[in-house]
Design a protein around this ligand. Structure first.
Ligand code: AMP
Ligand code: ZN
Length: 475
């Protein structure tokens, strides 16, 4: 398998640290709002990378963090007059719902920055001991960038150019830095901000340190793959390398993988530009699988321009896969009713073609996870199935065709069953009724609340009041 390594700017053969295992860390979102579909790109892409490794027989340890302490979270918490953990917990839950809708597998571990403060204090203390960090008069701890001889090796920047580019940029607290290139590891608290005790001051961590600490804690000092969107290459990932390698004295990451941007009108989709769609908005109009399909129809290192046209095309293409699977199910059902004489001679001759499609698919995916070509291989298979199966096909032949189609789609995280519109409507109907009942209870109109419960009960839906909220199931 070949992986494009951002650090060495070339394709490299994948060699795991431990035979048969892959350790992977993917930088996750800052949770202060619903995620947009740009944030969904790394989730979908690296979930597919993980799935392909699993298909190949590797055990994948997949860690992806939630950044749950950050200026934007604090700002939103202050606006709503709640603790910042209320905001972060709310959007972690929402993000998990979006991931489930996109069929992104939960990570092996989803650590949260606020749960890892001890580890961060420990790593920062080590950096100070090793002279890679210093405490400024106000208690801020900075990383001493110039002590790191290899700084810039990921982003291919050199320190003097960086320094030149920084001239004239005045950042708060700059005057206490030894060097403008130094970056924050720990900063003192400000009014209205969450804080933790530390040997230097009551305060909170800088952003970069969390990933160095969580990656080490859950995956070890050296890991196979570290990934994220390409905007993270500098400074985030560069600083992670600096911190980890200085603290541990070992190489941090073997393969750095970065996805290109999802753009709108050729500009990066981002919260700050306001040119974004949330995953939730897209789900209202389309099956979330269509979005997943669209993301995978481009190579992860190519920019992808999002448009309504692209979504419509993706919808039509994905529909071809679903119809093929549906048709196979129909034929399999019918074949089951007939006396089964097993594979015909003609079918025996045709079966090896299936393995050729598998080969085509693997060749694409082995080449730096070329999902665009992987999907093309799936379409070649769909075309072949459509023209080689009919009412006369044997169960065995039909099942072999269906098994391969499902297996390859599963590597892409694409579900081949048609999502029942009725089921979908039913779920949103029930959710709406539950919300109505909650509103009635809040207004202390218990009669109305009970009437809604009874109405749902008559339809076979049972409501359960739990600590986490109202849950429902079928009787
Ligand atoms: P953030 O919450 O901004 O830290 O982003 C979470 C992840 O989404 C990071 O890996 C970013 O690189 C990635 N990301 C943000 N915007 C985009 C975009 N428009 N296209 C692709 N990836 C993005
Ligand atoms: Zn990170």
């Amino acid at each position: 398998m070949q992986i494009y390594n951002t650090q060495n700017k070339r394709l490299e053969e994948f060699k795991p640290i431990r035979e048969g295992e892959v350790s992977m860390y993917v930088c996750g979102p800052t949770v202060y709002n619903l995620i947009h579909i740009g944030n969904a790109r790394p989730m979908i892409v690296f979930d597919t990378v993980r799935r392909y490794f699993e298909y190949k027989g590797y055990k994948v340890n997949y860690v992806s963090n939630f950044t749950d302490v950050d200026d934007k979270i604090i700002k939103k918490a202050n606006e709503e007059g709640v603790d910042s953990s209320v905001i972060s917990e709310r959007y972690i839950e929402e993000c998990k719902k979006d991931m489930a809708a996109l069929n992104v597998k939960p990570a092996t571990v989803h650590p949260k920055a606020t749960q890892e403060i001890d580890g961060m204090i420990e790593m920062i203390s080590t950096l100070i001991e090793k002279d890679f960090a210093y405490v400024a008069p106000d208690g801020t701890v900075y990383f001493r960038t110039r002590n790191d001889r290899s700084y810039g090796k990921l982003s291919h920047k050199n320190l003097d150019d960086l320094q030149f580019n920084m001239r004239g940029i005045q950042v708060a607290g700059e005057e206490q830095k030894e060097d403008p290139l130094d970056f924050v590891l720990w900063k003192p608290k400000k009014e209205g901000e969450p804080y933790w005790d530390s040997p230097w001051c009551q305060g909170r961590p800088g952003w970069h340190i969390e990933c160095s600490v969580m990656s080490k804690r859950y995956l070890g000092e050296t890991i196979d793959i570290h990934a994220g969107g390409e905007d993270l290459i500098f400074p985030h990932h560069e600083n992670e390398i600096a911190q980890s390698e200085a603290a541990n004295g070992k190489e941090f990451v073997h393969y750095w993988m970065h996805n290109a941007f999802l753009n709108i009108d050729n500009r990066k989709m981002s919260k700050s530009l306001g040119n974004f769609f949330t995953v939730r908005e897209i789900d209202e109009k389309y099956d979330p699988q269509v979005l997943r399909f669209l993301m995978l129809s481009a190579h992860y290192r190519s920019p992808l321009n999002f448009s309504a046209d692209q979504m419509e095309q993706a919808k039509a293409s994905y529909e071809r896969i679903v119809s093929c699977a549906e048709n196979l199910d129909y034929l399999i059902g019918n074949a089951g009713k007939k006396e089964d004489a097993g594979l015909t001679d003609a079918e025996k001759d045709k079966l090896p073609a299936l393995e050729q499609f598998r080969g085509e698919f693997e060749k694409a995916m082995d080449d730096d996870f070329n999902t665009a070509d992987g999907i093309a291989a799936i379409f070649d298979l769909v075309k072949w199935i459509n023209s080689n199966t009919d009412e006369a096909s044997s169960s065995e032949f039909l099942n072999a065709s269906k098994a391969l189609l499902t297996e390859l789609c599963d590597v892409m995280g694409l579900i081949t069953e048609r999502k029942s519109e009725i089921e979908d409507d039913e779920a949103s109907y029930i959710e709406a009724k539950i919300a109505e009942r909650q509103a009635a209870r809040k207004a202390r109109d218990f009669a109305a609340a009970d009437a809604i419960r009874d109405e749902l009960k008559a339809k076979g839906i049972v409501l359960e009041d739990t600590k986490e909220g109202v849950k429902w199931h079928k009787a």
